[in-house]
Design a protein. Structure first.
Length: 277
């Protein structure tokens, strides 16, 4: 669902892959919406919302795109991919013509970096930042939702632009566990990630050191699920499980975080009845 900044619906993308729960869409410099459709193709919706074209057709049935991010610095499209047979993931990079230019899959020892990339972004230094988690299901249940779900593992996996593994963040204190969902970076190169385990938004520095719980679950926001940081207005948009999108500001100038990183609800905070996706 596309809305304006006050929450008024503008357009519904009918063929988006609604059964995936991840970073299914991104926007490029031409204000085109890039999204994953239900057939795992990557499409572009024009700025006027009248024309849909296929940017990248799925040709390999073993790999499914699960998240996308358009890089403002390079114009490339980063795609988090998942192989259901091997339960492994990879990140692919495509140029503006849709040509594959890079694959990030293993560390320098040959070990796989990703289980299941579900959200992806890029930091100001070019690092590729992935919210990576894999879930499993108990076969004793027929229900395909909460009753048979249990958490397995998760991490924020960060590599250099060239693909070298820098670090994996697994919670605070270190190794305490992380169920990462939406992820973004801000003007100061902080990494912000929603943790479904603690219902918080955690702030890390660019090297993976925990700084603070930027947001915690509230009646206003609910449990945070998805994030987007606007570099022009320094607003943080947070989608939550209670079908609201809340807007916060915690940086007033690009070089000066305020109130020790304690965000305040923006004076124009928007509470939307449209689903946070």
């Amino acid at each position: 669902m596309l809305t304006d900044t006050t929450g008024v619906p503008l357009h519904r993308v009918e063929d988006s892959c609604s059964y995936l729960y991840g970073g299914l869409h991104t926007v490029n410099s031409e204000s085109e919406l890039i999204y994953i459709d239900r057939n795992y193709n990557i499409n572009k919706l024009s700025k006027d919302m009248k024309t849909t074209t296929t940017f990248k057709e799925r040709t390999d049935s073993t790999w499914e795109p699960h998240c996308v991010y358009w890089s403002p610095s390079t114009g490339d499209l980063l795609v988090g991919m998942y192989n259901d047979d091997t339960e492994t993931g990879k990140v692919t990079r495509y140029n503006q013509s849709g040509q594959l230019t890079q694959t990030i899959q293993h560390d320098n020892t040959g070990r796989g970096l990703y289980s299941k990339p579900n959200y992806i972004t890029e930091n100001n230094n070019g690092d590729v930042v992935v919210s990576d988690y894999i879930d499993d299901y108990d076969d004793d249940y027929d229900d395909d939702y909460d009753d048979n779900y249990y958490y397995v593992s998760g991490a924020v996996v960060v590599t250099e632009r060239g693909g070298r593994h820098r670090f994996s963040y697994t919670g605070h204190p270190s190794g305490s566990g992380l169920d990462p969902r939406g992820i973004c970076t801000d003007a100061l190169s902080h990494i912000l990630v929603c943790d479904d385990r603690t219902n918080t938004v955690q702030m890390l520095d660019k090297d993976g050191q925990f700084l603070s719980h930027l947001l915690t679950e509230s009646q206003e926001m609910g449990g945070p699920r998805s994030l987007s940081y606007d570099v022009n207005t320094h607003r943080l948009w947070v989608g939550s499980y209670n079908n609201k999108v809340c807007v916060y500001r915690y940086i007033t100038r690009q070089d000066a975080p305020t109130d020790e990183h304690r965000p305040r609800s923006d004076e124009e905070a928007m509470f939307s009845s449209t689903p946070a996706v």
